[in-house]
Design a protein around this ligand. Structure first.
Ligand code: SIN
Ligand code: MN
Length: 308
């Protein structure tokens, strides 16, 4: 993201109030490896954090994912859903991710999330906590330093790789977004409007129903990536979110949309630097079938892909 960067000296917008420091200040840094054993013990100088399980299963076996790959799971649900170009470089594919794909994504995120480098509640430089659980895939983004790295300073763990199925889904979604842009703008080169990307970073956020994220820009990726306007690709699963975006860090002037389970949002090109944030999560809005099959906790799972 630079996902969660604080937007001014005074902190987040009113819906993004930071939580009080849970640990009274900065955690110590160093090398080591996280374990998901829980408790308050230390391993190689790092506090062993209790893993956050995004599902209510409590059963290790249910974390096992099935063998099918996402791109073999059927068609997208473009037909009938409202696909929209919100502004140049910003495209919303409504209910794009199939139910089956959503189930697989939740299961995989749950599986990775309880392992090394999995979900944790990150903090800012001043010790305040973000109101979400985060896990990075591919590269680690650190909200404290606002930098990408190979390991996570809080426990020295390496981020898991981005599952191939996720990358294939993003690739397919970009092709469909391009088709939509072409229809809307009648341009010969759609990549001028929405550049092509090969994401090597995925930041996975889980918001409980009280979770939120203040208005911010994603601008910690490489200068080249930002200059080219390589898009952020965002997948939403579970409960819906009220998502705000605009050209300024101003909640009152921001546009508001609802991101529902299965939606894919792109912001690249001229929209790469929009301010955006999540003002609220809508309780009990997740598809029932998804909850039944995954036992996903109340809340919202969001994956944002970007190319460093
Ligand atoms: C982010 O900006 O990093 C996440 C946005 C979202 O949760 O939709
Ligand atoms: Mn962001």
């Amino acid at each position: 993201m630079t996902p969660i960067q604080i937007l001014n000296g005074s902190g987040l917008g009113h819906f993004g109030k930071k939580q009080k420091p849970a640990h009274g200040g900065r955690l110590k840094h160093g090398r080591g490896n996280s374990k998901y054993g829980g408790g308050t013990s230390y391993s190689h100088g790092f506090p062993k954090a209790k893993p956050y399980d995004i599902c209510l299963c409590g059963n290790r076996r249910s974390a096992t994912i099935s063998t099918g790959s996402l791109n073999e799971m059927g068609h997208t649900e473009m037909e009938g859903a409202k696909q929209r170009v919100l502004r140049p470089g910003m495209v919303l594919l409504k209910r794009y991710i199939t139910h089956k794909e959503q189930v697989e994504i939740v299961k995989k995120c749950r599986y990775l999330g309880i392992g090394p480098g999995g979900f944790y509640q990150p903090g800012y430089q001043d010790g305040a906590k973000l109101r979400l659980q985060m896990m990075c895939l591919g590269m680690k983004w650190d909200p404290m330093s606002r930098k990408y790295d190979d390991t996570r300073p809080v426990d020295g763990s390496e981020p898991p790789c981005i599952p191939r199925e996720f990358s294939l889904l993003v690739k397919r979604a970009i092709q469909d977004a391009h088709a939509l842009v072409k229809k809307e703008y009648h341009v010969s080169n759609v990549e001028d409007i929405l550049p092509l990307t090969s994401p090597d970073i995925c930041i996975v956020n889980f918001y409980t129903t009280s979770g939120r994220l203040g208005l911010h820009q994603d601008r910690d990726e490489s200068r080249e990536s930002l200059c080219k306007g390589l898009p952020v690709v965002s997948l939403s699963l579970g409960d819906s979110a009220e998502f705000l975006y605009g050209d300024q860090r101003n909640v009152d002037n921001a546009e508001r949309i609802f991101l529902e389970s299965g939606d894919v949002l792109f912001f690249g090109g001229k929209s790469r630097h929009i301010f955006h944030g999540v003002s609220s999560i809508i309780p009990k809005s997740a598809p029932k079938a998804l909850l039944e099959e995954t036992r996903l906790r109340p809340g919202r799972l969001n994956l944002t892909f970007r190319q460093f």
